[in-house]
Design a protein around this ligand. Structure first.
Ligand code: AKG
Length: 274
């Protein structure tokens, strides 16, 4: 089964071979470490995120939103056209633009807080309803090996067809609670798949696919970059009453496409008129 067919059926895809070389990975890890040390090549600090820019909870996940603002090789990775081309093929759209990215640091296990770095079950589109259609996808790049033991992301295969299976919650890090809130449609089952990735490999998931990740039980952090992309035909809407932090830097009118500084094209088949 090809990537596109697999993605349509299951709502996710794991690229089988690394897309980045060891040298590139060394540079990405260095860039991540610089950002975490508050050193930004562009001089621009990424957006506020969980545990960022202050690491108030040393046992919790660090989530640096719009890390690509910091420039350097992390920006190049976030806007990598090979990832965009695969995303276009999976979504079967004309093009994809940057929505936002997240540099993710899941700390090593702490005895005191064994589930400290968890990400509860969720559907991304619940948080992206300023977009009028869920033609949105995430490329999750492993900057080091990601395995079950260090908290690999899990997806529920086929859940991209379930529409809204869970409501947004304020207990977003609680895996047991969020799982208990999932509505499984009649005739469907909870088919949980771990996205284990060798360093340099990439998984893709649809904006409606249910996903989350458990604790890092190893002594090393789990590190990765999630690149969230929006199809170039998706428009801004206020009708869902939703908001999104991107709008603070990039306000829009009802019905406007996501274009401009915050939404550079990552890949397009036919360039849109500016
Ligand atoms: O890194 C994780 O474990 C979860 C990431 C996530 O929720 C996402 O990429 O949408």
């Amino acid at each position: 089964m090809g990537r596109r067919e697999f993605f349509v059926k299951n709502g996710y895809w794991v690229e089988p071979n690394p897309l980045f070389s060891d040298d590139e990975l060394v540079a990405y890890r260095q860039s991540m470490s610089n950002i975490m040390d508050h050193k930004y090549e562009s001089g621009r600090e990424p957006m506020l995120g969980r545990n960022w820019p202050e690491q108030t909870d040393s046992n919790g996940l660090v989530q640096i939103n719009n890390a690509w603002w910091a420039g350097g090789v992390i920006r190049q990775l976030a806007l990598n056209s090979r990832l965009g081309k695969i995303a276009v093929e999976l979504l079967q759209v004309n093009g994809v633009c940057m929505w936002h990215d997240q540099l993710l640091y899941k700390p090593p296990r702490s005895k005191n807080v064994p589930d400290g770095g968890n990400v509860g079950w969720h559907q991304d589109w619940n948080y992206w309803r300023v977009c009028d259609e869920p033609d949105m996808i995430t490329a999750w790049v492993a900057l080091d090996d990601v395995i079950v033991e260090n908290g690999a992301m899990m997806v529920v295969s086929g859940s991209h067809r379930w529409k809204q299976a869970i409501k947004p919650s304020d207990r977003t890090l609680d895996m047991e609670y969020t799982l208990s809130q999932v509505t499984i449609p009649k005739g469907e089952k909870l088919d949980i798949v771990y996205c284990e990735l060798k360093a340099g490999c990439v998984s893709f998931h649809h904006a409606i696919t249910l996903h989350g990740s458990g604790p890092n039980l190893t002594q090393k952090p789990r590190i990765g970059l999630a690149i969230h992309m929006v199809a170039d035909h998706v428009r801004y809407t206020k009708t869902n009453g939703a908001s999104h932090s991107n709008l603070k830097v990039c306000p829009r009118e009802e019905g406007a496409f996501f274009r401009g500084e915050q939404h550079p094209v990552i890949w397009q088949r036919i360039p849109y008129a500016q």
